[in-house]
Design a protein around this ligand. Structure first.
Ligand code: GLU
Length: 379
């Protein structure tokens, strides 16, 4: 099957060599593969990590000394290194893609660009314009200005958000692992899972068992990316980035490569995707089993009677996560009541809201139109 629009994410460990320097030979092969897909008519978008690592390498060359490991973990240093490394990264892409007469464009995004409707539309328009012009956008998180609390932190999530934003049909996460592994009889994670149709509890458990050596995104962040992708109609593949012709194999469906996550039959509309993934949650509402069943099975609203407690401090109209008693986050939505108000009406009947609060904003804590199901990690 040929894909129309492909988003390819490359991790730091795939882009750099053992010393931490950018592997320009690898980048040249990446450009060659992207150019081949582009020539065959696909829109190609790259989401590239590696700025921080390239920045450290560049700085070490300037300074003539190594940056100690404990310093590398501090936020201001990472942000400075990203600022140093991003142009180095882009320079490498410019040179590599120029060999195929393909123009590239740097696009740096933050989480807020997906959270605010206007910014979301601006980002989408710009990217679509670039694709129309035959340019390959090279996207990274704008690490230098990203606020720590709401950073994506890993480009797996960012890549999935981009794939969803652009209604891509394929997202490829190139990593230093072959894919998702399941445990064998002896409990060792040796068996590659070829295909995933549903991100159930079992799959999340496998993700906690495996992971990558370097880079910020382990298998959990890859599953979070799969969750965004598969609910947005995007097929996602995790594969080892160093296999020869890997992008071509995946795009042409030459046998099974890595782990493929199939999209759900019905994709969420953009508004619900924005609600599900665009905004960071301000808090959590914990609900009883009855409420969970009514929401998940019958598509009902959340009423105060189903609320057990809440965590965090939130205000009306903010996004909250909805969690069941076992700790599974299964939905998100805009709450009609603040955390403080909820603590007073938790468990009560709708008819008692006014008596307890002195007013009633709505019958529902979260109306079903403002509620979206998500299959989050166990917490
Ligand atoms: N944005 C970071 C960088 O370019 C990488 C984040 C990640 O490892 O996914 O260095």
């Amino acid at each position: 099957m040929a894909y129309r629009r492909v988003v390819i994410k490359v991790g730091t460990s795939t882009l750099t060599d053992e010393t931490g320097a950018l592997d320009r030979i690898y980048i040249a092969s990446l450009a060659m593969q992207c150019a081949a897909e582009h020539r065959s008519g696909a829109d190609v978008v790259l989401v590239s990590s590696g700025a921080i690592r390239a920045g450290i390498d560049q700085w070490e060359n300037y300074a003539g000394q190594t940056v100690p490991h404990q310093m590398r973990a501090t936020m201001p240093l990472k942000q400075a290194m990203a600022a140093i490394g991003q142009p180095v990264l882009m320079q490498a892409y410019l040179a590599a893609f120029a060999a195929y007469d393909l123009p590239v464009a740097q696009v740096l995004l933050t989480r807020e660009d997906f959270g605010e409707r206007q910014r979301f539309l601006h980002a989408r328009n710009t990217l679509q314009q670039l694709l129309k012009m035959g340019v390959v956008p090279v996207i990274n998180e704008n690490d230098t200005v990203a606020i720590e609390e709401i950073r994506f932190g890993d480009n797996d999530t960012l890549a999935a958000m981009v794939a969803s934003l652009l209604d891509a049909d394929l997202l490829i996460l190139l990593s230093d692992v072959e894919g998702l592994y399941e445990p064998d009889e002896r409990g060792r994670y040796t068996r590659l899972v070829r295909e995933v149709h549903r991100l159930d509890e079992n799959i999340w458990r496998m993700a906690r068992g495996s992971g990558t050596r370097m880079g910020t995104g382990g298998m959990i962040t890859k599953l979070q990316a799969a969750q965004i992708a598969t609910t947005s109609g995007v097929t996602m593949v995790i594969a080892h980035g160093r296999h020869e012709g890997i992008i071509h194999h995946i795009c042409r469906g030459h046998g099974f490569v890595g782990t493929v996550f199939r999209p759900l039959p019905r994709k969420l509309c953009h508004r619900k995707r924005w609600l599900a993934y665009g905004l960071p949650a301000a808090g959590t509402i914990i609900v009883n089993e009855g409420a969970r069943e009514r929401i998940v099975n019958d598509g009902k609203s959340l009423l105060p009677a189903g609320v057990l407690s809440c965590e965090g401090h939130f205000l009306p109209q903010q996004v909250v996560e909805v969690r069941d008693e076992k700790g599974f986050v299964f939905a998100r939505g805009f709450t009609n009541y603040s955390s403080e108000e909820l603590s007073r009406i938790a468990g009560c009947q709708t008819s008692q809201i006014e008596q307890r609060l002195g007013f009633k904003r709505a019958d529902e804590v979260i109306h079903r139109d403002n509620l979206v199901l998500v299959y989050g990690a166990w917490v």
